[in-house]
Design a protein around this ligand. Structure first.
Ligand SMILES: [Zn+2]
Length: 239
């Protein structure tokens, strides 16, 4: 059964290879879009903060202007020098406030422009990437449609095999398969491991052929299976 599983997995791997690096490309584009969008959210928040400050400043500015006008009006009705000086001082205070707020507004304007300037290319880039992504997804979909039924059949067979094989064996097989780029089990081949070609001692070969125990290649770790002709159907099922 492990032998059949390995061959099902090989077929699945071949189908996956047919899709080329499209899945990887799609993943990379998706990651890039996510990164850009999170940067855009950051900039949007900064922009909102700047706009809030500008509105607040605008309010204070209007207040100061009203105050200034009021004091300027009072100047005409003063009767003493002291009063005149006091009002003039207030007017000076208002003017300097207005000046500092206006200069702050200019800075905020510059900041707003700079943030907007950064958001624009991000938006354009995201748009381009999304177009790219849609194109590649469409291409992958086309490729999948060609192999889908075959793939489903193999996946189905795989599931049925996996539940019939002992969990420890499957776990080992999966681990080695992952580490060795697809090979978790190999048949004996001329007295050697079929995966790494390390020589297997005759005593071990005999044990492998009897399928009495799980024998791993001492060199590469794959599950060793008998040569095809030594593969009795029933015993194989027990493995
Ligand atoms: Zn080996």
């Amino acid at each position: 059964m492990i032998a059949r599983l390995q061959s099902v997995d090989n077929e699945l791997q071949d189908l996956e290879l047919e899709k080329g690096d499209l899945p990887k490309q799609i993943e990379a584009i998706t990651t890039e879009i996510e990164r850009l969008e999170s940067r855009k959210t950051e900039l949007d928040n900064q922009l909102a903060e700047v706009e809030k400050m500008r509105r607040e400043n605008e309010g204070t500015l209007q207040l100061q202007k009203v105050k200034l006008e009021k004091y300027q009006g009072q100047l005409y009705s003063v009767t003493t020098n002291r009063e005149y000086d006091a009002i003039n001082q207030e007017i000076e205070g208002c003017r300097s406030q207005i000046e500092s707020i206006e200069s702050a507004q200019t800075n905020l304007n510059t900041e707003q422009e700079s943030i907007t300037g950064q958001i624009e290319p991000i938006n354009m880039k995201v748009q381009a990437l999304q177009g790219d992504l849609a194109e590649r997804e469409e291409e992958l979909k086309g490729k999948r449609a060609d192999t889908e039924s075959e793939e489903l059949e193999l996946e189905h067979e795989r599931e049925k095999l996996v539940v019939r094989i002992k969990k420890v064996i499957i776990a080992h097989y999966e681990r080695i398969r992952k580490a060795r780029g697809g090979t978790g089990a190999a048949r004996l081949y001329g007295g050697a491991c079929g995966a790494c070609f390390a020589v297997v001692p005759p005593q071990r070969q005999a044990e492998i052929r009897k399928l009495e125990d799980i024998i791993l290649c001492e060199s590469c770790g794959v599950l060793l299976l008998p040569e095809e002709e030594h593969m009795p159907e029933i015993t194989e099922d027990e493995l």
